[in-house]
Design a protein around this ligand. Structure first.
Ligand code: IPE
Ligand code: IPE
Ligand code: MG
Length: 246
């Protein structure tokens, strides 16, 4: 049986997040520049998006650039930003055709203006699409996101729009960049690294983790299916006992 047929479509995760890692190593193994890895990483994005939407998953969030990634060499950062702008331009048609809405989380104002412009244009043009939501985490840092949430909540308290007693988990959720997204059921990291790297710290409180040695540019539909199959074997207990779940 092929991998796709092993998936129970009645038990899909609602929202999958991916830390796309290993582009640089993939290129270096081939004796190429790191940037060559990023260019090939775009294909893996397309494969993953297709695999997820064809299965019937509703939301995919991709970690594309972290607040810490600004500390990379300028030439690498510049290429990544150019790649972002050109990929957005090229993929708009596909997003429209497949009824996919684009969303972005992170400190978007820190992106170069051309990338910001492409991004906002695609977000705007796909805003009415309803089958699937693709979120790109760009200049994203979870600690920064939490700091901003605390600042905005504090402002509301100072302005008497909210009392301290009214602050609860929902209020915090609603002040994060991810306020409109469903719970992250599954988080995937490629390239063998086993860390979170400042991604979705609050949101993954009860997510399932899946790690693979595959480097991001090699990640194909079957790799995504493997992650979903593994996810479906897990028993999510949310603090209860196994007997209580059954
Ligand atoms: C992930 O691949 C892409 C970004 C972080 C932008 P890397 O560029 O981190 O690749 P490695 O980890 O150095 O191999
Ligand atoms: C995390 O990957 C960020 C993205 C995938 C965009 P990194 O390659 O930057 O992570 P660290 O620094 O090795 O943890
Ligand atoms: Mg990396």
């Amino acid at each position: 049986m092929n991998l796709k047929d092993q998936i129970d479509v009645a038990k899909l995760p609602q929202h999958v997040a991916v830390i796309m890692d290993g582009n640089g190593r993939w290129a270096q193994l081939k004796g190429k520049d790191r940037v060559f890895g990023h260019k090939n990483g775009v294909n893996a994005v397309k494969e993953t998006l297709k695999a997820a939407s064809e299965l019937g998953i509703k939301a995919l969030t991709l970690y594309a650039f972290s607040t810490e990634n600004w500390n990379r060499p300028k030439t690498e950062v510049d290429t990544l930003m150019k790649l972002l702008a050109s990929s957005l331009k090229r993929e708009l048609k596909t997003l429209q055709k497949n009824n996919i809405k684009l969303n972005a989380i992170g400190n978007l104002e820190s992106l170069p203006l051309t990338a910001q412009k492409e991004l906002l244009e695609v977000i705007e043009k796909t805003s009415g699409n309803t089958d699937f939501i693709l979120t790109l985490a760009l200049s994203y840092g979870s600690r920064e996101e939490i700091v901003k949430a605390i600042q905005n909540i504090s402002k509301k308290v100072v302005n008497n729009e909210l009392t301290i007693e009214e602050i609860n988990e929902n209020v915090i959720n609603n002040h994060l960049y991810t306020f409109s997204l469903p719970e992250v059921d599954l988080i995937i990291r490629t390239s063998g690294e086993k860390r979170i790297s400042n991604f979705l710290l609050w949101q993954i409180a009860y997510s399932e983790f899946y790690f693979t040695e595959t480097l991001w540019p090699d990640f194909k539909k079957d790799d995504f299916y493997r992650a979903i199959i593994e996810y479906q074997k897990r028993e999510r207990r949310f603090g209860k006992t196994s007997d209580q779940i059954k």
